[in-house]
Design a protein around this ligand. Structure first.
Ligand code: P6P
Length: 351
C-alpha cells in the first residue's frame, strides 16, 4: 500500500511508491536476516559479519575514489607478499582495513589473507569470535594505477578445533565449509555480491546513504554464454587439450573474448551474462596462479549457487581439499555448459 496525501486544490494525490522506499531500506544486514528468516544468534552473527564486510568495502571504495589525489593509493609499497608478488600500496591498506573492521567485532578469531604469510589472530585484549574470515583484500591490484576495476573477495568459515598455530590446519578443508562468500567490485559503481547458500544477491553502494542497497536478488547464470575470459598470452604454456579448446572457440562464431586482468571483474560479467572464465595451469605451474581458499572457492560457491559450475578441470573446486593455506588451483568457472565443454576437452571426452 503506497502512502498517499491529498493536496488543497484536490489535484492528484502525491504518493510515495512503497516499493521504492522498502528497497532503499533493504540493506545488506537486513537482507541476510530476511534470507535466514531468523533472528537466532547464528543469524545475527552472519548479519553482523556481512555488515563488517560492507564497512570494509565502503572504506576501500572511498580510498580508491581518491586515487591520484591523496598519497598511499597508487604505486608499489616496495615489498613482496607470500605469493612472491610486488605489493601495491592499496594491497597493504585494504588488508589493514579488513583487520580493523573485524578486530573489535567479537565475531572472528582470525583473518587469513592473500597478503599475510600466516593468519592474523585476534589479540587477547579483543573480543574473540568463532568465525574465520578468508579474503583477498584487493584482487587485480595491477589495475589500480590505470584506474581499471579491482575487487575484494571473501569467504567466512566456522572456527573448528583450537588450532592457533600458523598452519591453521582446520582451514585446510573443502569448500563445503564456507558458510558465506562473496566479493566487492570497485567499478563504475561499487557492487557487493554475496551468498550464504540461499541464492546469490547483489547490492549497490549508495554513497549518499553510505549503504549497500539491494540491486538484484537470486542472480542466475545463463546455462551457456558468448564470453570466454582467459589470458591467451599463456597459450603456448598450456597443455595441448587446453589449446585445442581455445582453437575451437577461435573457429566458432558464437564466442567473444573479454579479459580485464581482475578476476572479480571478469567473474561478475560471467555471472550476469554467462560464459566462462579460466585460468588454467601451465606445464611449469600445473596448479596455476589463483589461490583456492580466498579466490577460487568463494567464487565457486557463488557460481554453484547461481546455477553455474566451477572446476579445476578434473574435479569440482568445491571438493578440492587444500594442502596449505595459500594453495593454488587451476580455475574454470562459469556457465555449466561452457565449463562442461572445457572439461570434455581436458578429459578427452569430445564426441
Ligand atoms: P594474469 C590478479 O593478479 C589476479 O590474481 C586475478 O585478479 C586475475 O584474474 C589474474 O591474476 C590475472 O593474471 O597472469 O593474466 O595477469
Amino acid at each position: 500500500m503506497a502512502t498517499q496525501s491529498t493536496t488543497p486544490d484536490n489535484a492528484q494525490p502525491f504518493s510515495i511508491p512503497e516499493r521504492a522506499l522498502d528497497r532503499d531500506c533493504t540493506t545488506l544486514s537486513r537482507h541476510v536476516l530476511q534470507q535466514l528468516q531468523s533472528f537466532s544468534p547464528d543469524a545475527q552473527d552472519l548479519s553482523a559479519l556481512m555488515g563488517r564486510i560492507a564497512l570494509a568495502g565502503k572504506l576501500i571504495a572511498r580510498r580508491l575514489s581518491s586515487a591520484g589525489i591523496v598519497d598511499g593509493v597508487l604505486g608499489f609499497a616496495g615489498s613482496e607478499n607470500v605469493q612472491g608478488e610486488a605489493v601495491k600500496k592499496m594491497d597493504v591498506y585494504a588488508n589493514e582495513v579488513f583487520i580493523s573492521a573485524f578486530k573489535q567485532s567479537g565475531l572472528v578469531c582470525r583473518l587469513a589473507s592473500e597478503e599475510m604469510d600466516e593468519p592474523y589472530y585476534i589479540p587477547e585484549n579483543c573480543p574473540i569470535g568463532r568465525y574465520t574470515l578468508l579474503y583477498d583484500p584487493i584482487d587485480g591490484s595491477g589495475n589500480i594505477d590505470t584506474n581499471l576495476n579491482v575487487g575484494s573477495i571473501f569467504a567466512i568459515r566456522q572456527q573448528e578445533g583450537s588450532d592457533t598455530t600458523g598452519e591453521a590446519k582446520d582451514l585446510l578443508q573443502d569448500g563445503s565449509k564456507q558458510i558465506a562468500a562473496g566479493y566487492i567490485l570497485y567499478g563504475s559503481s561499487t557492487v557487493l555480491v554475496y551468498t550464504i547458500g540461499k541464492g546469490v544477491h547483489a547490492f549497490t553502494l549508495d554513497p549518499s546513504l553510505g549503504e549497500f542497497i539491494l540491486w538484484q536478488e537470486n542472480l542466475t547464470m545463463p546455462e551457456r554464454g558468448k564470453v570466454y575470459s582467459v589470458n591467451e598470452g599463456n597459450f603456448w604454456d598450456w597443455e595441448d587439450n587446453m589449446r585445442d579448446y581455445v582453437r575451437y572457440v577461435h573457429r566458432n562464431d558464437n564466442y567473444t573474448a573479454r579479459y580485464s586482468g581482475a578476476l572479480v571483474s571478469d567473474f561478475h560479467r560471467i555471472l550476469l551474462q554467462g560464459g566462462v572464465f579460466l585460468y588454467p595451469g601451465t606445464k611449469a605451474k600445473p596448479d596455476g596462479k589463483l589461490r583456492l581458499l580466498y579466490e577460487s572457492a568463494p567464487l565457486a560457491f557463488l557460481a554453484e549457487q547461481a546455477g553455474g559450475r566451477a572446476s579445476t578441470g578434473t574435479m569440482p573446486i568445491s571438493e578440492f581439499v587444500p594442502k596449505k593455506l595459500h594453495q593454488r588451483t587451476p580455475l574454470i568457472v562459469g556457465s555449466i555448459k561452457d565449463v562442461e565443454l572445457i572439461e570434455s576437452f581436458l578429459n578427452d571426452r569430445r564426441e
